[in-house]
Design a protein around this ligand. Structure first.
Ligand code: ZN
Length: 127
């Protein structure tokens, strides 16, 4: 039997058993924080970074983001992953299949781009 010290209650819990619900706070503690009380400081300064947009070098996050904003570019990296839409409940009727078949038969070719199909509600919208 292996036990682990609990940061929430201060006791010990068996790791082979489900972690007690009352002690879930154990996992919410930021492990990078010091035990000493001090504010977290997020500085504007960074090591020199080259903009992939213009090739200019920046040592300030805010000036780099100003460039992004001026060029209408979105910075990626820290966004939370989005759940993919659940398509398991999308019902396609025989009628819709028939209409789609007729469109293709008549020469229709859908435009190819990333958002060719978007799901809204229960139906499928074609753009
Ligand atoms: Zn505990």
């Amino acid at each position: 039997m292996t036990q682990r010290s609990c940061r929430a209650c201060g006791g010990w819990h068996d790791v082979d058993e489900p972690w007690p619900e009352a002690c879930y706070g154990h996992f919410r503690i930021n492990h990078n924080r010091s035990d000493l009380a001090a504010p977290t400081i997020i500085k504007d300064g960074i090591d020199a970074v080259q903009s992939q947009l213009t090739g200019k070098w920046y040592e300030s996050k805010s000036s780099l983001r100003t460039e992004y904003k001026a060029h209408n570019v979105i910075e990626l990296g820290n966004e939370a992953p989005k759940a993919t839409p659940d398509v398991s409940n999308v019902k396609v009727t025989k009628d819709e299949i028939g209409r789609a078949y007729q469109k293709v038969k008549q020469g229709y070719k859908p435009a190819v781009h990333n958002e060719a199909v978007s799901l809204s509600g229960n139906g499928v919208e074609w753009h």
